[in-house]
Write a protein that binds this ligand. Structure first.
Ligand SMILES: CC(C)(COP(=O)(O)OP(=O)(O)OC[C@H]1O[C@@H](n2cnc3c(N)ncnc32)[C@H](O)[C@@H]1OP(=O)(O)O)[C@@H](O)C(=O)NCCC(=O)NCCS
Length: 153
């Protein structure tokens, strides 16, 4: 059975990427793909956006961040992790979210990182239990209202 693949965002696929839709109750928790890709455009050395395809279907957009100064961390040590993850509503609960997180973790490990960080809304409809299931654990910090969690690589 073919594995999902990661692809770069190009002029050929960017509109399809922006057309990815979540379930209605999930929209409040994350930015749209268009906003994420616009942000990536402004931070080309820090943002790592990729599209997840399975066979010919575009199923998700994932974006990692690399070595950003962490607000509120007095140590001055930069952090890396998972910035955005939008799995298309029709393709959720089929393993694509897990695939995307593992792909980001593999990339970070190759770059010499030892922890993958993520921030998320802890609300009832949010992705907290997904991240807990994958092994992320809250660090005790918050980024605004969002929980900060980390996964040891
Ligand atoms: C959260 C999200 C990324 C999960 O993606 P997904 O492709 O549906 O997840 P997977 O199919 O890879 O699930 C992996 C495991 O997590 C579980 N899981 C997925 N979503 C879950 C949730 N909301 N609560 C609890 N468990 C969840 C699955 O059941 C699966 O468990 P299993 O291995 O025991 O079967 C997806 O629902 C999504 O895009 N949500 C809206 C956007 C969002 O919140 N993104 C994260 C922003 S930080």
């Amino acid at each position: 059975m073919p594995e999902p693949t990661l692809q770069l965002v190009t002029s050929d696929n960017v509109e399809a990427a922006c057309a990815i839709r979540l379930l209605p109750h999930q929209d409040a928790h994350v930015e749209s793909v268009a906003v994420s890709l616009a942000l990536a455009y402004t931070l080309p050395t820090k943002a790592w956006p990729r599209l997840v395809h399975d066979r010919s279907a575009l199923v998700a957009v994932v974006m990692a961040f690399h070595r950003v100064d962490w607000p509120g961390d007095p140590s001055g040590v930069t952090r890396s992790g998972l910035w955005r993850l939008n799995v298309d509503a029709q393709h959720q609960h089929q393993g694509y979210g897990r695939f995307a997180v593992l792909a980001v973790c593999a990339d970070l490990l190759e770059r010499g990182e030892r922890t993958c960080f993520v921030t998320y809304d802890a609300g009832e409809d949010g992705p907290e239990n997904f991240y807990l299931k994958l092994g992320f654990r809250p660090t005790g910090e918050f980024s605004g209202r969002q929980v900060v969690a980390g996964l040891k690589l």
